[in-house]
Write a protein that binds this ligand. Sequence first.
Ligand SMILES: [Zn+2]
Length: 256
Amino acid sequence: MDAQVDEREDVPNGETAATRTPSTDRPERLMVIVAHPDDADFGPAATLARWIRAGSVAHLVCCTSGDAGSDDPETDPLELARLREGEQRAAASHVGYEGVTFLHRPDGALENDLPLREQLVTLIRTFKPDAVLTMDPTVIIHRDGYIQHTDHRAAAMAAIDAVYPAARNPMAFPHLARAGLAAHDVRWVYLFWSAEPTVWVDVSETIDVKVAALREHRSQLRQPDELETRIREWATESGAEIGTVAAESFRVVDLG
Ligand SMILES: [Zn+2]
């Protein structure tokens, strides 16, 4: 049972009424940290597109290059990584990111280890985001139909651990601060694909951007038209929560 549905009010004609309010917050500087090329486009791409068009600046970090993303065991992983990085850069240009960083960690073997956390702290202190967006790492099973990839959980945990306490603590990886990378406080963490969303963003104007970005991941798409239908259905479902055509939802942590 979806807790969100419980909170909708039944109305006499049998329809449901929106009981939530769309978020009007827009962080100025955004860093999206994900495991694979395409995660950010399946995730918060329409929200990013909305905020970037309104003036925000965003940077995308992919911990791996998706080098295990093929059904053919004869695939050259380096070739696949190169292909997928190109697809992600093309998708990112639809969304409007100012840049994309690939950390080249092995796909399928990502660990929330100290070297990864240090890389993320370095990026956070360099870009200085107000908000970091990543997957909700507490989700293992989603809607009884999806298992959250181990790399997603590792990337999300690493992102959260990098935000707090490491990025804001000059004694974490102290050589960074000594080299001039001052501690940085990230104000908000936006977790997508969460079972416990707290914030809904109206993406009626930018859902088409998300679809266009997703279509760039050609190596991963067997049936792009069916995918588009599914993506639009999910956005419509979320939109019904706030009475808009389309929405994306997040669990937001305010570190004030
Ligand atoms: Zn993924």
